[in-house]
Design a protein. Structure first.
Length: 439
């Protein structure tokens, strides 16, 4: 059976030929137009980059290499006795475009275990940081510190052919992914559990070990962590963390520089930090209304929130125009494992009343919940109540998607990203020219 790296190497040549053929025959074909609103509006929906690992449809949701989340929950290998897909399987799929076998997944688990040890200098660096520093800041520090050992940087300095860039990038990615659960768990235990650490269990998979090292032992939490890491792993290339990794990597920065930068973008309240913002809002709501509210109390609270010029956190999405399938997957998990949890009951009630209110309010393009509207209540239920840490879980997961694409970006020789910017004066000139009488 070919190893993951051997399978990837066999795919790279044909994929390079395909891309070169497309560029040669159709390189001048237009794939979209850019409006003034898009230029001012964060390049929203401008088709201007290639991302192989996933695609997002406004009405259908995310597909990972063509597979929906329900399909992945059915088809990807699972832990012994488990029901949720293993993250190792989604990484294999993202990288190769093929569904893995159980043997393929076991190979990745063993490979990541072999590469997982944290160097002493990294521990020393983390221990110099204030324990009350935000966990995402610590996480970004930890990733960046590992750049010292970048194989890509070493081989680039020594000199190598550009067609070989993917190989050391693959090695860096595998080394980095192997270490991310240990970095995350070390930060968690150092920041919240008096620096008392739990060693990895050699009998556990990547996601199960993260749950174990955090210190939450119920089997259901290990299942939750596997599901969480799979569904957050990628969301096409235009979101801030993915685009940042792509942009920084396009300068031939290695995986450590690129992922650290991506995590800094994920830490923003309009991106990954939203998951902790949602739970904070839910907790404030329950405090203000004395626990689980009635439907009428909740409706009034949401209207008061909107009329005060605020938003309902977790509702709306830049692309999606339906309930986020990642929200649905988490809701199904909650209905099975924690149907009577009071916070889940509030989350469910918010889901029941908010879309209709947002449609009546008339300002939301998408009144449906996104992934962040649900994840916090699941983590809280199992005792992970430090919601400042939630985005770190998101970061561990998202690393799989952005780093799989980073390998492909180097394999396909994608160039440094350099879009053309314009000034408002230039835009005004274009408007004036377009309005002038034709002669």
């Amino acid at each position: 059976m070919p190893s993951l790296k051997e399978k990837l190497a066999a795919q790279i040549g044909p994929m390079r030929e395909k891309v070169q053929g497309i560029l040669k025959q159709h390189g001048e074909m237009k794939v979209g137009d850019v409006s003034i609103a898009q230029a001012y509006g964060g390049m929203r929906s401008v088709k201007c980059m290639v991302w192989e690992t996933s695609a997002l449809d406004p009405m259908e949701g995310i597909r990972f290499r063509g597979f929906t989340i329900p399909e992945l929950r059915e088809k990807l290998p699972k832990a012994p006795g488990g029901e949720e897909p293993l993250p190792e399987g989604i990484f294999y799929l993202l990288l190769t475009g093929e569904l893995p076998t159980e043997a393929d997944v076991q190979e990745i688990t063993k490979e990541w275990q072999k590469r997982s040890a944290l160097p002493k200098y990294l521990i020393d660096i983390l221990n110099t940081l204030p324990v009350d520093m935000h966990p995402m800041t610590q996480f970004s520090h930890g990733i960046l510190a590992l750049q010292k050992d970048s194989i890509f940087a070493q081989r680039y300095t020594a000199g190598m052919h550009k067609l070989d860039y993917w190989d050391p990038m693959y090695e860096d990615v595998m080394n980095l992914l192997a270490k991310l659960p240990l970095i995350a768990a070390y930060i968690y235990r150092r920041s919240y559990k008096e620096n008392k650490h739990i060693p990895a269990d050699p009998n556990l998979d990547w996601g199960g070990n993260l749950a174990h090292m955090i210190g939450v032992e119920p089997a259901a939490f290990k299942e939750l962590m596997r599901l969480y890491l799979v569904i957050h792993s990628d969301h096409e290339g235009g979101n801030v963390s993915a685009h940042t990794c792509h942009l920084v990597g396009s300068a031939l920065s290695d995986a450590f520089y690129s992922l650290s930068a991506a995590m800094n973008g994920l830490a923003g309240p309009l991106h990954g930090l939203a998951n902790q913002e949602v739970l904070r809002w839910i907790m404030d709501l329950m405090k203000d209304l004395g626990g689980v509210p009635t439907k009428e109390q909740l409706e009034k609270y949401i209207w008061d929130t909107l009329n005060a010029g605020k938003v309902v956190p977790g509702y709306g999405h830049a692309v999606l125009r339906k309930t986020d399938p990642r929200y649905t997957a988490q809701r199904e998990f909650a209905l099975k494992h924690l149907p009577d949890d009071p916070i889940f009951k509030v989350v469910s009630m918010v889901y029941e009343v908010t879309p209709d209110i947002l449609m009546k309010h008339g300002k939301a393009k998408n009144p449906w919940p996104n992934v962040d509207a649900h994840s916090g209540c699941l983590l809280w239920h199992y005792g992970v109540t430090e919601y400042d840490f939630y985005t770190v879980f998101f970061g561990v997961s998202r690393a799989m998607g952005v780093l799989a694409q980073l390998i492909w970006s180097r394999a396909l020789g994608l160039p440094i990203e350099r879009p053309k910017s314009v000034t408002t004066e230039w835009i005004e000139a274009q408007i004036k020219a377009a309005a002038a009488p034709k002669q």
